[in-house]
Write a protein that binds this ligand. Sequence first.
Ligand code: ACO
Length: 326
Amino acid sequence: MSFGRITAAAHYAPEQVVTNEALTKIMDTSDEWIRSRTGIQQRHISVNENTSDLATKVAQNLLAQTQLNPESIDFVIIATISSDSSMPSTASLVQANIGAVNAFAFDITAACSGFVYALSLADKLMTSGGYKKGIVIGAEVLSKVVDWSDRSTSVLFGDGAGGVLLEASHNGPMFLAEGLKSDGSRAKSLTSSLTTPNSPFSNAEQADELYLKMDGRAIFDFAVRDVPKNILATLEKSGISPEGIDYFLLHQANSRILDKMARKIKVDRHKFLENMQEYGNTSAASIPILLSEAVASGTIKLDGSQKVVLTGFGGGLTWGTLVVKI
Ligand code: ACO
């Protein structure tokens, strides 16, 4: 039987860096407010690159690192809430850009849990036996969907992309346990790109809302109440204790959320890797960017010797954990 194995990781962020200080020039905010409540110090913001451009850079880097022929790629999955368009998918554009002529390609939308959901799905494709190589990317240009007149949300988000190459392996499973969750009854806490029926035949009241809206308090409470329970339950399924985990790679929304989670899970806070200081919240891209940086620095080795937890949480509401022998 074959299993999915992450064999390479890569990330890319637009060159333009916007510091908290720079934001004070365009809105009524302060470095102190943003830093003390979120940990965020800067974010990368796209000047003219779209989501598919960022994701293409990641995919090209994965191919360059592994010297793989793009024709050997079986699938491209992109997790995003800021696709270039709803049709074609961002994944279709990336598939063409990298010349992965034999791959099927599609996007998935699960907000900040998107990469975790996509990776779980990709592993199932591998274990089904039919596919040998797949690219899974989280990519966002959130600066397109953020309401720049709303200081309570616009300071939180950034643009970027990260991803992995998954290859079929016979060396036992890499993905040891998973717990994927959704609760659509709380959907209104975090929304963007809302559209209403609009045709000569409809009488719906027009209530389109392109921009991202968030009930910050509700999301904070959700993150610190539901997510640690999910991590602990998934760890229990895996038979590994929290202390047995080398690193926790959680969605990078807010440093205070990570503080509370570490306390609830009762593990050393230093095991929670962090980079929201540099990137802000990049939704589906945050976990793969973090993973790629950890691989580049040698913190994560990709040799099967470490155990990590990958956890996403966000709009939907969605949340989910993968316990991975990496
Ligand atoms: N600069 C200065 N003041 C601001 C800003 C800003 N950028 N934004 C809001 N404020 C003001 C508000 O107007 C309000 O002022 P008022 O009290 O005079 O009305 C005040 O700050 C609110 O401050 P707090 O109540 O201290 O805000 P809070 O501690 O709730 O922090 C935050 C807000 C950071 C959004 C918090 O609720 C949070 O972290 N929520 C989690 C949400 C999150 O991270 N979402 C990311 C997307 S979802 C995801 O990725 C899971």
